[in-house]
Ligand binder design. Sequence first.
Ligand code: C5P
Length: 288
Amino acid sequence: RRDFTIAIDGPAASGKSSTARAVAQELGFGYIDSGSIYRCATLLALRKGAEAGAGGHEDIAGLVKSASIDIRTRPGLQRPAPGVTGTGRIAVPDVQVLLDGEDVTREIRTPEVNRLVAAIAGDSSVREAVLHIQRSLAGAAETMPAAATSGGVVMDGRDIGTTVFPDAELKIYLDASAMARAIRRWDEMSSQVSEAKAGVPSPRGAGSGCGQDQDQSESGSESAVDRTPAGYPSVEDIARELEQRDYADINRKHSPLRIAPDAIVIDNTSMTFERQVYTIVDLARERM
Ligand code: C5P
């Protein structure tokens, strides 16, 4: 049973995932990253396609229906909030994605999946299969450790407030300028690269390796282009990729990315992570 649902929608790299996770932990709610289900669908398609060879046409919705997809959260430790100049500390849970029991947390974030996911998510039968998983994961979310004290759930995605949970008690549409989003994603990627090079496990991934959307710090962003490691995409490349994905998500026929009429829009371009999280937590508490 769900007592309270928070839907967080918005374009790619707007900070939905880390915000939703921190809000869930703060409120003792469960958390479901719905993008990761579409990413699992994409991974299934890529693996099957590779098996079938070029031109192999697969029933992706069928693959999704027969797969078992699970999203597990582990409460995170309190640590200084990214992008916060004050003394704010905030906890962001770690998330692990399991596809038929295999940990695919990292594999669903490769550039190949990024490129293909919006096209796969445009297929109405895939969306129908994913919708079923979203609702059943949300129904079971109260059994997760983070939700031990309540039956609430936070889900982030593109159509949560409009299609998946149109009756959600709180709907947030999270946005930021295209450049701020590209810089954040670049910062996140390059810190993962340097951590991997130094052999230091990512403090954000903390074992699960899922640090998506987490770092909203824009510090040092002016020099981002100069710091691009060889062989890695530039901020401009990332901006282009995000733009293409947003375009596909906004313009698809089935449940496109839209601001739900009753959603509260938060533009976090120049907002600290902490302020953004507590704005949503306060809105939720007012309505509980
Ligand atoms: O949130 P994330 O960037 O991981 O989502 C990956 C892709 O999955 C999105 O670009 C979109 O195409 C699709 N998606 C969707 N509906 C959702 C969540 C994600 O179509 N609710």
